[in-house]
Design a protein around this ligand. Structure first.
Ligand code: ASP
Ligand code: MG
Length: 465
């Protein structure tokens, strides 16, 4: 029997709350950075009786310390300093909070397990994920207690009991079906009487070993959990009041976007808007779950709603940039009038697991862009791959480029009064892609110029609307 059928009505303080109205709330690292921040988040949770499941990140800074600890070459003193820093962040919160017996037991045991594990002599991928998991494991105890201190009936839940993944440590892929099954039996029954607090970012493989979904993965976790429990909406609470039309540090007139479609939001997250983990939109759009992005410091200011419906208006909604892009140009005069050139190039790229973003082609050449950002899934371009391409092509690699993406719906080169081509012609554009997606128009510029390009586009195309 489905979860919906089994628990079609949930009780909340004497009222009935329809199951399909359940919300999941996710609080990022800055939102749970300290005691006061946690109290603000707890108030947000309690202000909406439909919020029954909460996923938290590690308190701000903790995951960075854990990443540093996973480095085998640290001196003993350096290692101890990172351990102390993690412990200090926890103590800052616990000194303002009286922990119930059940929370004390779990919290202290987890803290001890962290200290012991941090002294591991060699961190392979498996041991690293175990280490990285401690941030969320600790913050979830404390957030549960903060909710209780405001009068809520709240329980901490270990997400590894439901969030099933493969064994790709460091960037594990979820098993969506298994996660739903586990959530249905182990998590859903608890939601009727408790606000459940669980961890973002982490999961477990089929052997029960801890995995992580990749840096910033808590947003993704929240959407996966929302999908698994058939929630109506997932609220991503962060430190900005929504998704902006561009990076507000770059353009003072950047403004939060009230509404985005799933497609637009996915493009924005992929092409550099840092607010959401790019994978978050997948489960949400697959299952029709609305996503809200807002600031836990200023919930009254609203935020961005990402929903299934197409945006009402055609046009450009945002401009993003992604620096550190590589342009790879592969040219083969031999291939003139021959077939199979692209297939040959892409077979080699696939063999080296290289993910391509933009592509333009001519009869005997192909230009493509690769993400070389420090957090890219596949940062370096192997020499072996270049050598293999060089066997039948002339290969050029250009670095220090920025991919600028205009995002919206039905983007056209001329839209009403706006002449996109006219604006773009002022820049030295290295490569341009338009037409493959209705939701973006992307191009490459020199990295040194890209902030100016983004500012100019924002002021001439977005502020003009
Ligand atoms: N704590 C993890 C990180 O800092 C996951 C997250 O916050 O989303 O990457
Ligand atoms: Mg984040």
């Amino acid at each position: 029997m489905s979860f919906l059928a089994k628990f079609s009505l949930l009780r909340f303080k004497g009222e009935t709350v329809s199951n399909s109205n359940i919300n999941v709330a996710k609080f990022g690292g800055t939102s749970v950075a300290d005691y006061d921040a946690m109290v603000r988040c707890a108030e947000i949770v309690l202000s909406n009786p439909n919020t029954r499941l909460v996923a938290v990140s590690a308190s701000s800074g903790v995951t960075n310390h854990l990443v540093s600890l996973a480095n085998d070459t640290l001196s003993e003193a350096e290692r101890q300093a990172h351990i102390d820093a993690v412990v200090a962040i926890q103590h800052n919160i616990t000194e303002k909070l009286t922990l119930d017996a059940d929370i004390t037991d779990g919290f202290l045991a987890t803290l001890e397990a962290f200290k012991a594990h941090a002294l591991t002599s060699e961190f392979d991928a498996r041991a690293t994920d175990e280490l990285l998991s401690f941030g969320e494991r600790l913050s979830s105890y404390l957030f549960t207690q903060v909710l209780r201190s405001l009068g809520a009936t709240s329980l901490r839940f270990d997400v590894r009991d439901v969030l099933a993944t493969n064994s790709h440590f460091g960037k594990a892929e979820p098993n969506v079906e298994r996660t739903s099954e586990l959530a249905e039996s182990a998590l859903c029954p608890l939601l009727a009487d408790n606000i459940i607090v669980t961890q973002g970012f982490i999961g477990a493989n089929s052997q029960g070993e801890t995995t992580t979904l990749g840096r910033g993965g808590s947003d993704y976790s929240a959407a996966l959990l929302a999908e698994a429990i058939d929630a109506k909406a997932v609220y991503i609470w962060t430190d900005v009041v929504g998704i902006f039309s561009t990076d507000p540090r770059l353009c003072v007139k950047a403004a939060p976007i009230a509404k985005l479609s799933f497609d637009e939001a996915a493009e924005m997250a992929t092409f550099g808007a840092k607010v959401l983990h790019p994978a978050t939109i997948l489960p949400a759009s697959r299952s029709g779950i609305s996503v809200f992005v807002g600031s836990s410091r200023a919930p009254e200011q609203g935020g961005t709603w990402i929903e299934k419906e197409k945006s009402e208006q055609a046009g450009i909604r945002a401009v993003t940039q992604r620096k550190n892009q590589i342009l790879l140009t592969v040219k083969s005069p031999e291939m003139l009038l021959a077939s199979g050139f692209l297939a040959r190039v892409f077979t080699i790229l696939a063999k080296y697991n290289i993910s391509v973003d933009l592509v333009t082609t001519s009869e005997i050449s192909v230009a493509l862009t690769l993400d070389n950002a420090p957090n890219a899934s596949r940062p370096e371009l192997d020499q072996a791959c270049l050598d293999e391409l060089s066997e039948f092509c002339h290969v050029t690699v250009e670095n220090n480029l920025t991919l600028v993406a205009l995002i919206g719906s039905e983007i056209q080169l001329r839209h009403g009064e706006l002449n996109l081509m006219g604006v773009l012609s002022d820049f030295n554009i290295r490569l341009i892609c338009h037409g493959a997606s209705k939701h973006n128009l992307c191009f490459l510029v020199e990295q040194t110029e890209s902030d100016n390009v983004v500012q100019a586009i924002h002021s001439r195309l977005l502020e003009a609307c």
